[in-house]
Design a protein around this ligand. Structure first.
Ligand code: KIV
Ligand code: ZN
Length: 553
C-alpha cells in the first residue's frame, strides 16, 4: 500500500541558521579528493574484487591522479588484509600518495587494522562509529554519552597504537549516520576526538561528515556543514571532509554545496558506485569544476578506457546517461540539437574561439576521450538535415550543398522511421549513394569528346535501351554542351540551377565530387558524381539528376 504517512522529516537543522554558503556561486579550486572505491565501493559489489582486481583498480586510481585512496577495511576479510600487506611490502604506494584504512571503534578491530598497516609510508587510519538517534536506540541501546565514549576510547587506542607501530600515521574520524544525528551532538563528539588527537600544523586530522543515508535536501546538508565548519575546534589544522551518499539522488549537490559551505575534501567513487544508490560520483564533481574552468587535479581524459576497466573489475555497468561518462551523454539525435551543434562547431572553427561555447555540449567531448564522428551526432527518425550533413562530412568528407541538405535529411529520416532503427554513417552513405549516384540505369554515357570552337562542342556516346548512340551538343562550357546534347536527343526540358564540386580526399589520389541540381516543372532534382576527373564527375552528376527527374523512361 502506498502510504506516505508512514514517513516523517527525519533530519536535524543546525542550532543556529548557517546559510552563508548561499551567497557563493563558484567553487574556485579543487578539493582534496579521496577515492573510496576500494572500500565503500568494493563492499557494495555483488562480488567484491579479489586481490588482483583490487591491485589493478588501485593502479587505475593512481593513474587518474588520486593522492588519497581508502584502500580497504583490513579487519573485514583476508583479501582486504592481504591487499594492504601486498601494497606495503611490494612498495607499490607512490611517495606522494597516502592510503587510508577504515576501522570501527572497537578494540580488536583497531588492533587488527594496525597489524595490516605496519610499515605503511603514509596512512590515514579512519575511525568511525554510528551516532544517530536510531542506531543509539535500536542497535547499541546506549545513551548519547556512552556512544561518545566509544568514539573517545577508539580515538585513544588509535593514538597509542600509532606510537607503537612502525609507519607514518594520521587520523580521521567519521560520525557515521550523521544525517540522523543531532548536529550539535555530532559536533561535540568530533570536538572531543580532536581534543584527544590534538591536531597541529604538521599533523592535521580529518573530520569526515558522511551522508551515510542521504535523508534531507542538499541545502540542509550545506547548512549543517557550515555550522560544523564554524564550530570545529582546531579548525586550521582540521581537514573538513565530506562523504556524500546518493539516496535522494543528490550526492553531487551535497558535495558541491558542502564545498561552498567550507569543506576541504571529498570522499567518493568513480561513477558513484557504493552502498545502495552509491557514493557521490567523483567524476561528475571533478568534471563540473573542469567545465567552469577549474583544474580538478584528476585526469579523466580517457573516460572510455576508465569505463571499460571499471566494468571489467567491478562487473557493474556505466549507464549510457552517466554524466560525462555515459556513451550517450554527448550524443544528439534531435534535429534541432544537431543543427545547433553543427553550427556551433563551425563557428568555433571559423572564429578560432578560446572558450568552449558549443550549444548542447557542456564540455568538449574530446576532452574526455570521446569522438565527434561516432559519439556526438547520431541519426534516427528524430534527426534532420543538420545531422545527416554533419555525418556525411565527418565520415566521408561529403559537403552537401546547402539546398540539398533538407532533401537528404527527409529521405534518411523516413527510412529510419519506417525501419525503427538508427542509421549508422555507413547506412547513411548507402542511402546517399543509391539515391543520388545509383540512378544511371536508364541511360549512361560511355565516352565524351570536346572541341573548342566558338564555345564548346561535345560529342557524346551514350548507351540507351541497349543501343549505342553518338550525340552532339554545343554550349558555353563542357557540362553545358553535354547537357544540350542530351536535352536535344531526349527532348527533355530543364535548367541546371545548381552546381557545386569539391575534392573528396586529400593527396594525390584525390577524387572530385560534383553535385548538380536541375529544375524542371519548378522542382529541383539532384544528382551526384564521383570521379578522379572533375568533368567526368560533373557529367555523372548531371546524368543522375536527369534520371532522377523521371523525364526519360
Ligand atoms: O557512509 C558512511 O557513513 C561511511 C562511513 C564509514 C564514513 O562509509
Ligand atoms: Zn559510505
Amino acid at each position: 500500500m502506498h502510504n506516505y504517512k508512514k514517513y516523517k522529516k527525519n533530519y536535524f537543522l543546525p542550532p543556529v541558521p548557517s546559510t552563508n554558503w548561499v551567497n557563493k556561486d563558484y567553487i574556485d579550486k579543487a578539493p582534496i579528493w579521496c577515492s573510496v572505491d576500494l572500500r565503500d565501493g568494493n563492499q557494495a559489489l555483488i562480488e567484491p574484487m579479489d586481490l588482483e582486481e583490487k591491485l589493478e583498480f588501485f593502479q587505475m586510481l593512481l593513474k587518474i591522479g588520486f593522492k588519497e585512496i581508502e584502500v580497504g577495511f583490513p579487519a573485514a576479510s583476508e583479501t582486504e588484509y592481504q591487499f594492504l600487506r601486498t601494497i606495503i611490502e611490494k612498495n607499490m604506494i607512490p611517495e606522494d600518495v597516502t592510503i587510508q584504512v577504515l576501522t570501527q571503534a572497537r578494540e580488536h578491530i583497531i588492533r587488527k587494522t594496525f597489524d595490516a598497516i605496519k610499515g605503511a609510508p603514509k596512512a590515514i587510519v579512519h575511525l568511525y562509529n554510528s551516532t544517530s538517534v536510531a542506531q543509539r536506540e535500536q542497535v547499541f541501546k546506549k545513551t548519547k554519552e556512552e556512544v561518545k565514549q566509544l568514539a573517545i576510547e577508539g580515538a585513544k587506542l588509535l593514538k597509542e597504537l600509532s606510537l607503537d607501530t612502525e609507519g607514518n600515521f594520521s587520523f580521521q574520524y567519521s560520525p557515521e549516520s550523521f544525517p540522523g544525528t543531532e548536529v550539535d551532538y555530532a559536533l561535540d563528539v568530533c570536538n572531543n576526538i580532536l581534543d584527544i588527537w590534538q591536531p597541529g600544523c604538521g599533523h592535521k586530522v580529518v573530520i569526515n561528515i558522511p551522508t551515510t543515508v542521504e535523508n534531507a535536501m542538499p541545502h540542509v546538508f550545506a547548512s549543517q556543514v557550515e555550522y560544523i565548519n564554524n564550530n570545529l575546534k582546531y579548525r586550521e589544522n582540521v581537514i573538513l571532509s565530506l562523504h556524500p551518499h546518493n539516496d535522494r539522488g543528490c550526492g553531487v549537490c551535497d558535495a558541491e554545496l558542502g564545498l561552498l559551505a567550507g569543506a576541504d575534501r571529498i570522499e567518493g567513487t568513480l561513477f558513484g558506485n557504493g552502498e545502495r544508490t552509491g557514493n557521490v560520483d567523483i567524476i561528475t564533481v571533478a568534471m563540473n569544476l573542469y567545465s567552469h574552468g577549474v583544474d580538478p587535479n584528476l585526469d579523466f581524459s580517457d573516460i572510455p578506457n576508465i569505463c571499460n576497466k571499471y566494468e571489467k573489475l567491478t562487473k557493474m555497468s556505466v549507464h549510457e546517461r552517466q554524466p560525462y561518462a555515459g556513451s550517450l551523454v554527448f550524443t544528439a539525435f534531435s534535429g534541432s540539437h544537431q543543427d545547433a551543434i553543427a553550427k556551433g562547431m563551425s563557428w568555433r572553427e571559423e572564429k578560432d574561439c578560446r572558450h568552449w561555447t558549443v550549444p548542447y555540449l557542456p564540455i568538449d567531448p574530446k576532452d574526455v576521450g570521446r569522438k565527434y564522428d561516432s559519439d556526438v551526432i547520431r541519426f534516427n527518425s528524430q534527426s534532420g538535415k543538420g545531422g545527416v550533413s554533419y555525418i556525411l562530412k565527418q565520415n566521408f568528407g561529403i559537403q552537401l550543398p546547402e539546398k540539398m541538405k533538407e532533401e537528404m535529411g527527409y529521405i534518411s529520416k523516413s527510412i529510419s522511421d519506417a525501419q525503427h532503427k538508427e542509421l549508422t554513417p555507413e547506412w547513411i552513405y548507402e542511402v546517399f549513394e543509391s539515391e543520388y549516384m545509383g540512378t544511371s540505369h536508364i541511360f549512361r554515357i560511355d565516352e565524351c569528346h570536346f572541341k573548342q570552337q566558338d564555345g564548346i562542342i561535345a560529342e557524346v556516346t551514350i548507351e540507351y535501351n541497349k543501343q549505342h548512340k553518338v550525340l552532339n551538343g554545343k554550349g558555353n562550357g563542357r557540362l553545358d554542351a553535354v547537357s544540350n546534347a542530351l536535352k536535344q536527343y531526349f527532348s527533355v526540358d530543364y535548367e541546371i540551377s545548381c552546381y557545386e564540386e569539391h575534392a573528396l580526399e586529400k593527396g594525390s589520389s584525390s577524387k572530385a565530387i560534383s553535385y548538380v541540381g536541375i529544375t524542371c516543372h519548378d522542382k529541383l532534382y539532384w544528382g551526384v558524381g564521383v570521379d578522379p576527373d572533375i568533368i567526368k564527375s560533373s557529367i555523372q552528376a548531371l546524368i543522375a539528376a536527369i534520371n532522377r527527374s523521371g523525364q526519360i523512361s
